[in-house]
Write a protein that binds this ligand. Structure first.
Ligand code: SER
Length: 315
């Protein structure tokens, strides 16, 4: 049986769809702090607060879990506003999951982030092994989580795998509290109102990925041979990079009346401390990582899907 924590979040909704499609109904247990009002088919719903070790252990036993996709976490902008919460959920959460997984012999996937990098990291084509001195609490929790993963993999032989996600663009569930959320919000506002007031500068360029590729990366990494996995902290990963102005221009090409203004807030400093582009050659070499969507394909697909459902349920 498969467990997803934080399953109502941006990645969880789409990953659960893919896992149910791959393994069939009744094999995926989706957990979060509460059970959503609208239930999707094929999943088993349960409640889990990952900061409570006893609850984690009980849940793994109750559902006979062998693989955990541990997605519960607080994102960067929320983490700057609530640093204690970010530390508790992100660090104690991953520590509980890793320790419980070891006791019950589970495999684990856990997402890290480009937020492990900071102002002292090379910003262009950022290498796999480089300076990780983040300026945010979120980044600090992700660096700590990566080191915990490596510790459990090397000292206890735990099969834990991880990627450093760039910004993820999706339409099924809106992201909440991230610095890269402008890229998603721009689509939603373009379709809803024809205008977007962007919270980063026009020239802010960030590495990004479309959700189908993010889901594919998780599934491919977990399916790869154990011997080939040479990175036990977390793999660099990217699909493409674009600036806010470039995304606005790309949307305007398809929606000529769309307008975008720029009013940077505190998230600008976070964005400025993260890489503009990522070198993911280790992932390409070790488990044949290759994204399917380029920028133009992603923009076409996002606009088509957002137009069908311009108001995704706020989670
Ligand atoms: N997308 C995340 C955020 O902006 C980074 O991992 O917080």
């Amino acid at each position: 049986m498969i467990l997803i924590t934080g399953a109502q979040g941006q990645i969880g909704i789409d990953l659960a769809d893919a896992l149910v499609a791959k393994y069939g109904d009744g094999k995926v247990v989706v957990t979060d702090l509460r059970i959503p009002e609208v239930l999707r088919k094929g999943r088993i719903y349960d409640v889990l607060d990952v900061t409570y070790m006893e609850s984690v252990k009980k849940l793994l036993n109750a559902h006979d879990i062998d693989t955990i996709f541990h997605l519960a976490g607080i994102l960067s902008a929320t983490g700057e506003r609530h640093p204690e919460l970010a530390w508790n959920v992100n660090v104690n959460g991953v520590r509980n999951i890793l320790e419980a997984a070891q006791l019950s012999g589970c495999r684990v996937f856990w997402p890290s982030s480009i937020a492990v990098f900071g102002p002292t990291t090379p910003r262009h084509n950022t290498p796999q092994e480089t300076v990780t001195e983040p300026g945010t609490m979120y980044g600090a929790t992700k660096v700590t989580g990566e080191l915990l993963c490596k510790f459990h993999a090397t000292h206890h032989n735990l099969d834990v795998r991880s990627v450093r996600f760039p910004g993820i663009i999706s339409h099924a569930a809106p992201p909440g509290g991230g610095t890269t959320d402008w890229a998603v919000d721009m689509f939603l506002q373009a379709v809803r109102t024809g205008h977007y007031n962007c919270f980063v500068r026009e020239d802010t360029r960030m590495p990004m990925m479309y959700m189908p590729d993010a889901v594919k990366s998780v599934i491919d990494l977990m399916a790869a041979d154990n011997e080939g996995i040479s990175v036990r902290t977390s793999y660099n990963l990217t699909a493409f990079s674009f600036s806010a102005g470039e995304l606005a221009a790309s949307i305007k090409k398809r929606m000529p009346d769309f307008t975008c203004s720029y009013k940077p807030d505190f998230r600008q400093d976070i964005a400025d401390s993260w890489p503009e582009s990522i070198n993911d050659s280790r992932a390409r070499r070790d488990w044949n990582w290759e994204p399917q969507f380029d920028l133009e394909m992603m923009v076409d697909d996002m606009l088509e899907n957002v137009a069908k459902k311009p108001f995704p349920s706020e989670l």
